[in-house]
Design a protein around this ligand. Structure first.
Ligand code: SF4
Ligand code: SF4
Length: 99
């Protein structure tokens, strides 16, 4: 059963949930953490060698793969850390300001 609650301006302070607690297990998919991004990787398919180094280093599993090949970036969860762009040796990933 979910322990989440709706908080409104009428909610009393002593009714608020304790901060910093993960109330539901397995809830990461519910939060589009890509919203936090200020920079983003841009993939150039024509330069990609499908070496999958970017997939190996991405801390958010945001490199999308199909049949063993890179097919894109999941911007719903990419946090824009830039690790993938820093290690791509083929110029297939640029790192640009999020517009
Ligand atoms: S590291 Fe670069 S070349 Fe390798 S799969 Fe990722 S984008 Fe493609
Ligand atoms: S910028 Fe960071 S989070 Fe986004 S795809 Fe690259 S390694 Fe993953």
């Amino acid at each position: 059963m979910s322990k989440r609650m709706n908080v409104s301006p009428e909610t009393k302070w002593h009714e608020l949930p304790i901060g910093g607690e993960v109330l539901d297990a397995g809830n990461a998919a519910d939060f589009k953490t890509g919203d936090w991004r200020s920079m983003k990787p841009v993939w150039h398919e024509d330069k990609c060698k499908h070496c999958m180094f970017c997939w190996a280093v991405c801390p958010d599993m945001s490199i999308e793969v199909k049949d063993g090949k890179m097919v894109g970036i999941d911007y719903d969860f990419c946090k824009g850390c830039g690790v993938c762009t820093a290690q791509c040796k083929f110029g297939a990933l640029d790192f640009v300001i999020e517009e």
